[in-house]
Design a protein around this ligand. Structure first.
Ligand code: IPE
Ligand code: IPE
Ligand code: MG
Length: 243
């Protein structure tokens, strides 16, 4: 490594899809005797860094777990703070997304979100719909089980209407009814905060994803750590069940 050069080199084999469970905001704040909300504020800066890094490297798809179906059970104060933060994040980032050719997409139950947040999301999605360098999927009010349940419901309707035979329901048909329809499955899953679990993220889509659990709390996750994961991915041997 040359002095003053990047701490970690740019990886050669890039993933097509990176998914991240951005965990640890609350602990980050608690360690500093601050309210959990400060941790979320600080966490939104880490989001910017990761989005910019994907854009720079040419990773075409990034899915960020921002709010789960279970996170509705948190205190009203925390939920409201997260929703406010999300709306402000969208307003602040819209210009950069347009400038840097980033497309925003939402997976999850957008209808459950407060109407001002829905409005900000729909506007940003519409404004960036033609962008193609990076697709940023925000998982909002998202649960893997909910995703699969909604897919089953729409498949069942097709069967009832006589437009689909049960025998014709293949894995491809199921995948085509999930929120991630048309997208490749994640090559990499990163979870910050050290917990070894999936927490109802992309249950179907993670079947053969390479998993990286990192002890760093999300607000402290930066470019170098992201590059480190991408470099470690280079040496993972993906067998997909083959010998
Ligand atoms: C992740 O951080 C952000 C959301 C779930 C919205 P947490 O708020 O779960 O942080 P910890 O896990 O309590 O530290
Ligand atoms: C997962 O984190 C959800 C998001 C990061 C949005 P949680 O903090 O909600 O997960 P658990 O409760 O530790 O499993
Ligand atoms: Mg957590």
């Amino acid at each position: 490594m040359s002095p003053g050069g990047p701490a970690v080199g740019v990886p050669s084999k890039l993933p097509r899809h990176v998914a991240i469970i951005m965990d640890g905001n609350g602990r980050w704040a608690q360690q500093r005797l601050l309210s959990r909300v400060f941790g979320h504020e600080k966490g939104s800066e880490a989001v910017r860094v990761v989005v910019r890094t994907c854009r720079e490297l040419g990773i075409p798809l990034l899915t960020l777990y921002a709010f789960s179906t279970e996170n509705w059970q948190r205190s009203a104060v925390e939920v409201e703070a997260l929703m406010g933060l999300l709306r402000r994040f969208l307003e602040a980032e819209r210009a950069e997304m347009l400038q840097t050719n980033i497309r925003l997409h939402v997976i999850g139950c957008i209808e459950r979100l407060p109407s001002d947040v829905q409005q900000a999301l729909r506007r940003t999605m519409a404004d960036t719909a033609q962008n193609s360098a990076l697709q940023l999927n925000l998982a909002l009010s998202y649960g893997g089980r909910d995703d699969i349940t909604r897919a089953l419901r729409s498949i069942a309707s097709l069967v009832r209407e006589g437009r689909l035979n049960p025998e014709s329901i293949t894995e491809e048909v199921v995948a085509a009814h999930l929120d991630t329809r048309g997208m490749p499955d994640p090559d990499i899953l990163i979870r910050t905060g050290g917990d070894m679990r999936i927490s109802n993220f992309l249950l179907w889509q993670l079947a053969y994803t390479e998993i990286f659990v990192i002890p760093t709390l999300w607000p402290d996750f930066g470019r170098d750590q992201f590059l480190q994961v991408l470099n470690d991915f280079q040496s993972r041997q993906r067998r997909f069940g083959r010998a």
